[in-house]
Ligand binder design. Sequence first.
Ligand SMILES: [Zn+2]
Length: 145
Amino acid sequence: MGKLFNCKACGNEMAKSAKTCPNCGAKNKTPFYKKWWVWVITVVVVVVAATSGNTGSENNSGNTSAPQKNSPKISMEEFEKIKTGMSYEEVVSIIGGEGELTSQVDIAGYDTKMYTWQGEGGLGANANATFQNGALTSKAQLGLK
Ligand SMILES: [Zn+2]
């Protein structure tokens, strides 16, 4: 025999395992909100949502404390839009901000500049683009999302 409890409809004592009340025939159904797993799922969803929200803000604060305060980030999507032959200004408008000039070489009339952008993604994600006489010749990325 299972545990006994009182019918919600008529108050008759009945087995918890019974599908309907033997006295009044009311369905013995635990209300949705009283099921333990509903709360477990609710808690898990809330915790996951809160955790992912915190992770985002932690990333932001972590980056603002980095030396490149104003450095805009480049995403994988933006990286893919960058095409050979583009000017630095075009690339900047795609990414949304200036890159950091990490190297500049001027040899025999060839002005070669390499810019680096911090990337959206994991720690150390970045992308760089090399311009020769103002036109993009190559690009590379690491860990972009
Ligand atoms: Zn009943």
